[in-house]
Design a binder for this molecule. Structure first.
Ligand code: ZN
Length: 760
């Protein structure tokens, strides 16, 4: 018999439905399971289990605005009620007196309160005390009810939390959880008083060593500490209750926790080994039956003789050696499982890499053919030539595709593999189809003067360097600070030297780039600061007004720069409406937050206004004038209200800085066009008439490569400016209060993504 508590769990991105895959659990194996707790967790295990008694509170109870510790009381009270009822219900009493009974209390309070009020808040600390009390009451309740010393207790959690109340980024404070076990079948701790803390060499499944020393005030100094992987808890629980390990478990039985004789210990480990070995054998069998050319996992070829050897050792009572052999066999079985999980890896990586390369080559061919001043006769000649061969190429492509489909079908590969292979073959058929064109390009390149070749090489090297830089920035977002510091100097120098028209423009570019460079220095976990959000609202209005004023400035150079239309009214009605929306959003941020800091529930009126602001503001840019700067200003204003309402700190200011750089970029590109057209022979009168389509279409030049490169940098900085990859997974929900208070997982996922992608 056995009881377990755990305090939280949200499987965010992994199949969020009850029983996403058929899986075996300790509950499945038990004679009967009793469980109370969160409606998100308990049904996963119990909803399709006939031998279970369970209950959950309604979703509405998970209200982030209040103290959630009552959820824990609820679970305990339900269980206590069940025990009390059993005194009058002989059937229930009989059920409870059976062996192999598993009782599972899921205590969500700490998770909810940690997210809502942070782990150092009084509400959270109080909730920890509540959990402690429930553990004690549970123990007393069980011992007085059964009074037979046959209950084992396992107390654990599925994850921890950062100081800011978020989890999911893989930091040890998120992944290291307590495991406390006591009761029947559990060994008492070893006392190691006079040795230094020995390193038992334990590594967690992701290979990190535990780096958190046991806190001093736990008064556990001198006692042996035994770490386990979370997966190891399932075999521990199964062994304690006397059940076989769950079928799909990959955990290794932590024998340090068990009070067993040497013989029983080897028996238990051997059972665990056989269970994992069987998974391996089944996987191997399935792969063999569907593969045309099967490569077995060699180290386990003689597994049956090893098993026999272990049996022999056990009957000879050489438990030490038997244990060593079983543990080694279990390690190999786990390695074998990994081998089959990554069996198709090489084939898939090759296909996908070839697919990506094919896509890039196709794009280059397309751009060269359609948008460049590549000698027109060259293109024509190859097209005539291609007509004769294109039929053949496509037929061969189809044959290759059919052949590989048959192989994939025979190997019973998933549908996705077909899609990968199809894509790759299709793209490469197109490349072969353009082979003559590519040959012509090559001839053209090899006849080019040395100077142009050097020029081309230079630009390619710079482009490669920038792309490589983007890859590096995935690991260290601070690189963007350097990037924009340098870009600020470079761009403003270029503007000052080549465009000369306006020194104000150079200074503006310099300032905007350096301002933006600040944000990637800030912590990825955004500290809460509502004053910044409110200040940012004012900044947005200021920038928008300035840009609006520029758009209506009268000199022809500026008119050209901003691509403005003279007919646009200086301050249109739409502009005023948008500014008012931003102002109201700022005020609402302040109102909702001050309301929450008094621990009051979200006012329905505030909620309504917030939804309205965010929703309507997003639609307004559709009605903006079509000239480039006015359109950008309108989009900037339109996304500001939802962004402000979702912001909690510096990222709100980032939005303005980002917009300033975007506007600066538009100015520089327009100024560049203006100058090149002034230098050129034909200047068109389209300046006055001014719509964005008013300019001549021109061929792409090599220097235009700068535009997609800058775009990619800005696209990435929109993401990294306010966080990193880890901060997608670890979520921060203070801003959620401005819209909802009752939490559901799907909302949460949308939330994280929307806060991240609004900045794009
Ligand atoms: Zn959580």
């Amino acid at each position: 018999m056995f009881v377990m508590f755990t305090n939280s769990s949200y499987y965010l991105f992994v199949g969020w439905k009850a029983n996403p895959v058929e899986f075996d659990s300790v509950f499945n194996r038990s004679r009967h399971t009793i469980s109370f707790g969160s409606p998100d967790i308990v049904p996963i295990f119990c909803s399709s289990l006939p031998h279970s008694t369970w209950g959950t509170y309604p979703h509405e109870y998970e209200d982030f605005a209040t103290d959630a510790s009552f959820l824990d009381h609820w679970s305990f009270d339900q269980f206590q009620g069940l025990l009390n009822r059993s005194f009058e219900d002989p059937k229930l009493r009989q059920l409870l007196l059976q062996d192999k009974l598993v009782i599972f209390l899921h205590l969500l309070g700490c998770d909810t309160n940690g997210h809502a009020h942070r782990p150092y808040s009084n509400i959270y600390l109080n909730n920890v005390k509540v959990v402690d009390q429930i553990a004690e009451s549970m123990y007393n309740l069980m011992e007085s009810y059964f009074n037979d010393n046959q209950t084992a207790y396992v107390f654990t959690a599925d994850h921890g939390m950062s100081d800011k109340g978020s989890h999911g980024d893989g930091h040890p404070s998120n992944t290291d959880t307590p495991l406390v076990a006591w009761g029947a079948g559990i060994r008492s701790p070893k006392f190691l008083a006079y040795t230094d803390k020995p390193d038992d060499g334990f590594r967690f499944v992701d290979d990190h060593k535990h780096d958190m020393p046991t806190p001093q005030n736990w008064a556990l100094e001198g006692f042996e500490r035994v770490d386990v992987n979370q997966a190891d808890i399932a075999p521990l629980m199964a062994t304690l209750v006397g059940l076989p390990c769950p079928l799909n478990s990959v955990g290794s039985l932590p024998t340090h926790y068990l009070k067993l004789s040497k013989a029983d210990e080897v028996e238990a480990v051997l059972a665990n080994t056989k269970q994992i070995l069987n998974q391996f054998l089944r996987k191997s069998q399935m792969k063999q039956s569907s593969s045309l050319y099967f490569k077995p996992f060699k180290p386990l070829a003689n597994y049956s003789s090893v098993l026999d050897q272990i049996e022999d050792l056990m009957s000879a009572r050489d438990y030490e050696t038997a244990m060593k052999h079983s543990e080694e066999l279990r390690r190999m079985a786990l390695a074998g499982l990994h081998y089959f999980q990554t069996y198709d890896w090489f084939m898939l990586m090759t296909t996908i890499t070839l697919g990506y390369i094919g896509w890039m080559v196709n794009l280059i061919i397309h751009v060269l053919q359609s948008y460049t001043s590549f000698p027109a006769n060259l293109v024509k000649r190859t097209q005539v030539y291609a007509k004769n061969t294109s039929m053949k190429v496509y037929i061969i492509g189809c044959l290759v595709m059919g052949f590989s489909s048959i192989i994939l079908l025979l190997e019973k590969c998933p549908l996705l593999y077909h899609a990968y292979v199809f894509m790759t073959i299709f793209l490469w058929t197109r490349i072969v189809h353009n082979f003559e064109f590519m040959k012509a390009v090559w001839r053209y390149l090899s006849n080019m003067p040395f100077k142009s070749i050097m020029n081309l090489l230079n630009i390619s090297v710079i482009a490669l360097f920038i792309l490589e830089f983007l890859v590096m920035s995935f690991f260290d977002r601070k690189l963007y600070t350097w990037c924009f510091l340098i870009l600020g100097i470079l761009a403003s120098t270029c503007v000052a030297i080549f465009i000369q028209a306006s020194s104000a423009l150079a200074i503006y570019i310099w300032f905007a780039c350096w301002f933006l460079s600040l944000f990637t220095l800030m912590p990825a976990e955004i500290p809460e600061n509502n004053n910044l959000v409110i200040f940012s609202g004012a900044l947005v209005i200021l920038i928008a007004t300035a840009s609006r004023w520029m758009a209506t400035n009268n000199t022809s150079f500026w008119l050209y720069l901003t691509r403005a239309n003279k007919r646009d009214p200086q301050f249109s009605k739409l502009f005023f409406v948008q500014v008012v929306f931003v102002a109201i959003s700022s005020i609402m941020v302040w109102l909702s937050t001050s309301h929450r800091s008094q621990n009051k529930e979200l006012h329905p009126l505030h909620q309504l206004i917030n939804w309205l602001m965010a929703g309507v503001a997003l639609v307004l840019p559709l009605f903006s004038p079509s000239s480039v700067l006015s359109r950008l200003t309108s989009i900037f204003l339109g996304f500001a209200p939802p962004f402000l309402l979702l912001s909690i700190g510096y990222e709100a200011v980032f939005y303005s800085a980002f917009a300033m750089v975007l506007m600066g970029w538009i100015f520089v590109e327009s100024a560049n066009l203006y100058c090149s057209e002034q230098n050129g022979s034909a200047r068109h009168s389209s300046v006055v008439d001014g719509s964005i389509f008013g300019y001549d279409e021109r061929c792409l030049q090599l220097s235009d490569l700068r535009i997609p490169l800058l775009f990619t940098i800005l696209f990435n900085v929109a993401f990294f400016g306010t966080g990193n990859f880890a901060s997608i997974a670890s979520f921060e929900i203070s801003s959620v209060y401005r819209f909802i208070t009752v939490f559901s997982v799907s909302v949460c996922i949308i939330w994280i993504l929307s806060t991240k992608f609004l900045s794009f």
